[in-house]
Write a new protein. Structure first.
Lengths: 113, 113
């Protein structure tokens, strides 16, 4: 079945550092890919998405590119802020799973001043 | 105007009790979901309904029973609660089309004592 693998956390960075969170997937067909963010004590919010190969999703300085050849959707940000501290989830959505989101295990990010 | 709202936000109950969590969405979506987030933050799909019909029923104990009275509501009833049911339960909704994102409620933190 489909699956998503994310890099293990926690990740600790200083403010203004460069962020990469790796995400790879296994899926049949043509899934859509997503990054969700969960701030402490809150629900999940969509950060960005890409629906086909070579699409780049971007939002709030975060970017990720749908790479079908490497089955990857790595999240990047050039300069993180303390307010980016949260848990980040990579996910895919595919017709063969009833369109339910299939999540990676999440990566906790802590940004220190 | 809350898009996906679930109640209650916190639920503390004793083992063996029966409890319900309610979810409502005002986005006009035709698909709704219940996810369980364990203590390690891992999110797993439990159920999915499309236009009031059950389309995903993952390996969940039959003590858990979803009910969808209309396509804007998806409630979760849990019988004979066990300690291992303690988790955060998230309701979500989306359009059926695979490229669209799911919107999540704020979560219900269930603690079984």
């Amino acid at each position: 079945g489909d699956s998503v693998t994310q890099m293990e956390g926690p990740v600790t960075l200083s403010e203004e550092a460069f962020l990469t969170i790796n995400c790879t997937y296994t899926a049949t067909g043509y899934p859509s890919l997503f990054w969700y963010v969960q701030y402490p004590g809150e629900g999940l919010q969509l950060l960005l998405k890409a629906t086909k190969a070579d699409d780049k999703g971007s939002n709030k300085g975060f970017e990720a590119t749908y790479r079908k050849e490497t089955t990857s959707f790595h999240l990047e940000k050039g300069s993180v802020q303390v307010s980016d501290s949260a848990v980040y989830f990579c996910a895919l959505r595919n017709s063969n799973s009833g369109y339910a989101l299939n999540f990676g295990k999440g990566t906790s990010l802590l940004v220190t001043p | 105007d809350t898009a996906v709202s679930q109640t209650p936000k916190y639920l503390v109950t004793q083992m063996g009790n029966d409890k319900s969590i309610k979810c409502e969405q005002n986005l006009g979506h035709d698909t709704m979901y219940w996810y369980k987030q364990d203590s390690k933050k891992f999110l797993k799909i439990m159920f999915s309904y499309n236009n009031k019909e059950l389309i995903i029923n993952e390996t969940v104990p039959n003590r858990f029973s979803p009910k969808s009275p209309d396509k804007a509501h998806l409630n979760l009833h849990i019988n004979s609660l066990e300690l291992g049911d303690s988790a955060v339960y998230f309701c979500a909704s989306s359009q059926t089309a695979g490229g669209t994102e799911a919107f999540f409620g704020q979560g219900t933190r269930l603690t079984v004592v």
